[in-house]
Design a binder for this molecule. Sequence first.
Ligand SMILES: Nc1nc2c(c(=O)[nH]1)N[C@H]1C(S)=C(S)[C@@H](COP(=O)(O)OP(=O)(O)OC[C@H]3O[C@@H](n4cnc5c(=O)[nH]c(N)nc54)[C@H](O)[C@@H]3O)O[C@H]1N2
Ligand SMILES: Nc1nc2c(c(=O)[nH]1)N[C@H]1C(S)=C(S)[C@@H](COP(=O)(O)OP(=O)(O)OC[C@H]3O[C@@H](n4cnc5c(=O)[nH]c(N)nc54)[C@H](O)[C@@H]3O)O[C@H]1N2
Ligand code: SF4
Ligand SMILES: [Mo]
Length: 749
Amino acid sequence: MSTTVAAPAAPQKTHCPYCALQCGMELTPAGTPGPDGRAPLPVTVAPRDFPTNAGGLCQKGWTSATVLGVPDRLTTPLVRGADGGLTAVTWDAALDLVVSRVRAVQAEHGRHGVAIFGGGGLTNEKAYALGKFARTVLRTPNIDYNGRFCMSSAAAAGNRAFGADRGLPFPLTDLGGADVVLLLGSNPAETMPPFVQHLAGARGRGGLMVVDPRRSATARLADDGQGVHLQPVPGTDMVVLLALLHVVVAEGLADRDYLAARTTGWDDVVRSVAAWWPERAETVCGIPAEELRATARRLAAAAPARGGRGAYVLTGRGVEQSAQGTATVTAAINLSLALGLVGREGSGYGCLTGQGNGQGGREHGQKNDQLPGYRKIDDPAARAHVAGVWGVDPATIPGPGLPAVALLGSLGTPGGPHALFVHGSNVLVSAPNADRVRERLAALELLVVCDVVPSETARMADVVLPVTQWAEEEGTMTSLEGRVIRRRQAVDPPGEARSELWLLAELARRLGSDVAFPTDPAVVFDELARASAGGVADYSGLSHARLDVAEEAGAPGLFWPCPAEPPGEPAHPGTPRMFLEEFATPDGRARMVPVDHAGPTDDVRDDAPTYLVTGRVLQHYQSGAQTRRVPELDRIVPEPYVELHPQLGLRTGVADGARVRVTSARGAVEAVARWTDTVRPDTVFMPFHWSGAGSVNRITSDAVDPISSMPEFKVCAVSVAPVPQMADDVGAHDAHDAHDAHDAQEVPA
Ligand SMILES: Nc1nc2c(c(=O)[nH]1)N[C@H]1C(S)=C(S)[C@@H](COP(=O)(O)OP(=O)(O)OC[C@H]3O[C@@H](n4cnc5c(=O)[nH]c(N)nc54)[C@H](O)[C@@H]3O)O[C@H]1N2
Ligand SMILES: Nc1nc2c(c(=O)[nH]1)N[C@H]1C(S)=C(S)[C@@H](COP(=O)(O)OP(=O)(O)OC[C@H]3O[C@@H](n4cnc5c(=O)[nH]c(N)nc54)[C@H](O)[C@@H]3O)O[C@H]1N2
Ligand code: SF4
Ligand SMILES: [Mo]
């Protein structure tokens, strides 16, 4: 039944499984191949030279191969038995069960009653197949993915302003030449450590500017004359940006020629920042007016129009995961356009995409409102083109479905989905207001989770399907720069683990569909390329073979758009730098849109006077499903914690190292307190990588941005108190552990 080819027992050039930097690595099977030529575990990981990492890897990358052989790796399908536990079964039995339950749900609730939740870590091929499966086999509108948690505000703002959303519309190595890099809400020193080398140029010229309510590892890179750290009140970056643009206007620092030639909407934007003079902004964001003025002047001086070497404005999740995330990114774009930075070599605006395939994952149709090639699902021409590639009637392709938070919130409700397939996300840990998500998952008639390990979400499933992971499969990923790169197989999958391409093809066949689902990733890519032809994200000039040849010839990946050229013409070289001539809007100009400050939805108040901000630590990745299973990483950061300022600790009676309870309108979590003066005294910080009593998403807000539907993970209001040390403390823990154990069924080894 296996469709995977035995991997040759030779070193393979591939990329890290985790973040969007997609550091280049080489995997070498360390054992001797068996008589069948199969490459056994373990494999050794070595960094290799690739433009984003230049030979570097972070701790997660170095230890990534451990996840291939973890003791609880899923190796066989599991179904929930009469006793409530998960039991190993054959693929046939598991798929038969899925098919009969899907049919029952469809019969009772209609086609939209079955939903899919995808992931930004899936290869381009899998993301494409998943969207196609939803629209042609299930014929449900309800497919969305975890990129909604991650990239959607920057994507919405980029699409609106530039007509296209490629996180970095320039190669990362361009950063090195700039005088100034302004980083808003991004902590690459922990989230993409090898990225830091690209900041060396700006640091050397004193031009690294970091905006973060914490003095993060990245903010510390701006010490000793290498730049500045602005430490705003959480959720007020909008005000910082409006004030910077106010100064640019007031002091005549804008690039008037560029604005006239390349943009529309400038006059409205000028009016919109008039009321945000620095002294007023200071009262909201807490950054001294003179610091705002100095920052605006330094940034403007770096702009090409003023004779500088160039400047980049980059946003991360700190400003995007907000109910005003799209507006805040728009403010960052307005500032960049005012200074003439965008679509110009040596300067630019970009957002730092997070997940391994966060960029490609948002292009090929696993978004609720999207068809491949970054096409809109409600555009008749797009529907006709893609229907032609799929061999279906355009009228059978459903319209837009529910975005992620609404999708999860409607599970098991009247009119909502009653069956859910999860591919590449651990929503029980990573979605906002997670206790509510647990309730909704429990209300489903069918939960199918495809994963490589028994994640918290998998342990709630009715059916768990073991799939192949990065080093066990072929495919492509698209890095944070929009560079399409090859993922290569180095080892064979264990046990009965199967590729999701095979799994979707099997389900399509068993559900009676006659739509073709190829299982060879190279063939799927060719189809994806045809489906993307003429779209915003055009891959039609690419193929696995072309990418392999280009890499051999020293071109590590090719940038989209890369359209197919007519026969006889030289192949399109790809597009490292976008918008140099014009933007992807109908009139070729960037659209400036006025925005204003609203503040967090769940803002501080008397009974919740402290800001909670959330984010990441170097050693753990996302929900921790993978990195918590790597002993070297787990040992360094074994449990959740709460960073708080000593002043707040003294005021609330929470000692350093003691257990602290953090309570929001949604509930309470408990973890170890870590005193640090790197966080503002009005703010606590928690990483989100764990389940259980200290799982911060049990208390985060599920308010969403009205344009992008991205949830407000970053800022909510909480109160902070010591956890009583006595008997009732023990009681509280027991109760929580019991609650967890109840839902998290043991998985047979
Ligand atoms: N180690 C590690 N690396 C990762 C990941 C991981 O889980 N672990 N995940 C990958 C993914 S998917 C992503 S999306 C990226 C995310 O990469 P980043 O965006 O760099 O990561 P975060 O830690 O979520 O947030 C960055 C910073 O935002 C700050 N912040 C919080 N609230 C605010 C605010 O109101 N304003 C401002 N200006 N800043 C604020 C936090 O203090 C934090 O330092 O990382 C990728 N790389
Ligand atoms: N409070 C708070 N919450 C956040 C954030 C935050 O900053 N603060 N950040 C948000 C962001 S930016 C993101 S991206 C999300 C991410 O959170 P999740 O969506 O939960 O991401 P992961 O933990 O990476 O989950 C990926 C799962 O897919 C599995 N997997 C790996 N490879 C494959 C594959 O090829 N196929 C399949 N089917 N499964 C695979 C992994 O084992 C893992 O269980 O978290 C969000 N949640
Ligand atoms: S920075 Fe990202 S891609 Fe590079 S090794 Fe670390 S996790 Fe992997
Ligand atoms: Mo992300």
